[in-house]
Design a protein around this ligand. Structure first.
Ligand SMILES: Nc1nc2c(ncn2[C@@H]2O[C@H](COP(=O)(O)OP(=O)(O)OP(=O)(O)O)[C@@H](O)[C@H]2O)c(=O)[nH]1
Ligand SMILES: [Mg+2]
Length: 255
């Protein structure tokens, strides 16, 4: 955690995305206006459109996965790239705080600034944006949200209002506590459980964000099925870890 009163650390935004050519420029431009953000890294996870070129033109560092590897892998690629840059920059005030941003927020991403102060001031180790009701209703019935919320509650005792929100600001220490990240769409639940499990502080912060919501069509259904599978896996793995550490306390279980 950053020392209160110490030098303020910069913040790097990491944007994992796939096929966001229509929205990524507005999102990158908005994130570049955020106070304290001095790097924006877009990880294009095997897009079939011009996402990478558009993001680069908008001012982001762009890394491309030749093949789709999932949201968690894209975030890890982005953070690895950032740490490489920092090593080349030499000693600074320490590793940057991380701001995870979905690629489809467009101009509303300027409102992400509220996530940064609690982390910069050392009041929280990870902040999570909670979103207002979206202009277009989603096609899901909340199965994945309930699975995620109840799983987090069971494992940590903490109740998340929006357990799947991807917009998060976190310290390097919090990121390490959750590494390796839970694969795919399990990443948010894994982050929350692991950061809390490390004794660090998590806070939800209301944030006026608007994004493309998955609908009722087959794409939306497939998206939710994959989310369900990944969230279930992230929770199951962590329950297993908990059971093992009860049987063999003091041993690190990285299942
Ligand atoms: N790395 C990676 N990112 C993806 C992939 N699919 C979507 N994304 C990005 O992940 C972020 C969130 O994806 P969305 O499709 O908006 O999903 P969501 O907002 O979590 O889900 P809904 O609320 O149900 O719409 C966006 O930045 C997407 O571009 C993928 O296969 N790999
Ligand atoms: Mg979205």
């Amino acid at each position: 955690m950053s020392a209160p009163g110490g030098p303020a650390r910069a913040v790097a935004a990491i944007i994992p995305c796939k096929d966001e050519a229509d929205r990524i420029a507005a999102t990158v431009e908005a994130v570049l206006t955020l106070e304290g953000v001095d790097r924006v890294v877009v990880v294009d996870d095997g897009s079939s459109d011009d996402t990478a070129a558009v993001a680069h033109a908008a001012g982001a560092d762009v890394i491309v996965h030749a093949r789709n590897a999932g949201k968690a892998a894209a975030l890890e690629t982005g953070v690895r790239h950032l740490r490489g840059l920092e090593a080349a920059e030499g000693a600074g005030v320490g590793p940057r705080h991380l701001l995870f941003v979905d690629g489809d927020l467009e101009g509303s991403a300027t409102n992400l600034h509220v996530l940064v102060p609690p982390v910069r001031d050392g009041r929280a180790d990870m902040t999570i944006a909670t979103l207002p009701a979206q202009k277009v209703a989603g096609g899901g019935r909340g199965f994945v949200v309930r699975l995620a919320r109840e799983g987090i509650e069971d494992l940590t005792g903490w109740t998340a209002v929006q357990p799947l929100s991807g917009m998060r600001c976190l310290t390097a220490e919090a990121f390490e506590a959750a590494s390796p990240l839970a694969p795919g769409w399990g990443v948010e639940v894994g982050l929350t459980v692991d950061v809390l499990g490390a004794g660090l502080r998590v806070e939800e912060v209301p944030c006026e964000l608007h994004h493309r919501v998955s609908g009722k069509d087959w794409r939306g259904q497939v998206h939710r099925a994959m989310q369900y599978r990944d969230v279930w896996r992230a929770l199951t793995r962590r329950r297993l870890r908990r059971a093992l550490s009860k049987r063999a306390p003091g041993v690190a279980h990285r299942i």
